[in-house]
Design a protein around this ligand. Sequence first.
Ligand SMILES: Nc1ncnc2c1ncn2[C@@H]1O[C@H](COP(=O)(O)OP(=O)(O)OP(=O)(O)O)[C@@H](O)[C@H]1O
Length: 416
Amino acid sequence: MREKRTRMKIALDAGQSFIGNPELCGDLLPRQCPSLPPKKSKGISNYQVLMFSGYFIIGLTIFLVIILLLCKRGKTKEERANLLNKEASFDDSFYKPSFTSGEYKAGLSKSGISAATESGMVSSSLIVLTSPEVNGLKFDDLLKAPAELLGRGKHGTVYKVIGEQGMTLAVKRIKDWTIPSNDFKQRMRRLDQVKHPNVLPPVAFYCSKQEKLLVYEYQENGSLFRLLQGTQMGQVFDWSSRLSVAATITNALAFMHQELREDGIAHGNLKSSNILLNKNMEPCVSEYGLMMVDNDDQSSLSNFGANSAFKADIYGIGVILLELLTGKVGQNNGLDLAEWVLSVVREEWTGEVFDKSLIREGAREEGLVYLLQIAVKCVNTSSPEARPSMNQLARVINTIKEEEERSIAVSIVSEP
Ligand SMILES: Nc1ncnc2c1ncn2[C@@H]1O[C@H](COP(=O)(O)OP(=O)(O)OP(=O)(O)O)[C@@H](O)[C@H]1O
């Protein structure tokens, strides 16, 4: 070998070409000597040793890289699992939902809750808030569970979902989200810290770029809206029960407004379909804090800045009070009902406003009129600054309720 190299050097130095020169090419540069028949080597040449070593090193490197990648992937999964446990959340990244239930197909999957991203995968995070009832709830549980459409509102669709552990949930799929995702997550965490027995807390929420879901416990006794519709078909909903509903929800909302004023979180979409009746038939305010503000009287609130959401809630509760008094349900955020009541009151036909069943029942006129007066103040669109605060409203309604109870007690005692 050394001898051949020396000969090659000599040949180069002498300006000779070694192409075609068998003496000079030998087995050093076989491909550069096309005219030569390949020389048969005896045993393994140095070149082959070098070549095999190269293959071996490349193979070993690829093997080590694969091992390294596999280790790294395992570690990431472990870290993620730890993080998720810590946060009690479920990350179903790369989970492709399988729709197993026929009912589900008729509900959630049809609605697109599959949350398919551009890549066809689901990148999601279901945050379970502090609720023992749904411990262990996973996003894929929701996707696979049978679901039934409860209704479609202005801001989305609500499904009744039966979870694997037998829990019944209401899942609201929100459309036209107005709150940035991060703000919304913050809101939900803040709301989870402020609890009132008559405010229905979300038990979990899901927030991705494509999909926003809110999970509540299903309330089997329907809503105040449905109860009022029932009265139009002759169902009994007496005056003291109506006053009790009014007092309970205003007390709950006064508490929420007080606790969340600094955070600027009002209800945002207050109406009778968002007042649900729990298993004890007690009213509960649902969907608190979901919407920034949703009210047709919003234009009249432009000067109220951060306070406008709270002012809008007063309008919303005003309409609910009018519904309780009239037995009619408001349309277009209660604007039609509020306008009708205001026009009747202006004409001084106040008596015409009240639900006939209340008059028949013998509800005290004083109480009815007091409640009407305060409700009218709540729906004042020409000077929203004159609307009472939720706290003032709660105090007035509690007083009316106490007066009613006292007068009922007096009439019972004075009965012969
Ligand atoms: N947790 C729940 N339990 C039982 N029924 C519910 C629950 N949440 C909502 N619903 C009912 O589902 C139906 C649809 O609700 P949704 O909130 O979509 O209607 P909406 O309040 O009229 O509209 P929106 O809130 O979008 O303006 C309503 O009848 C509502 O009372």
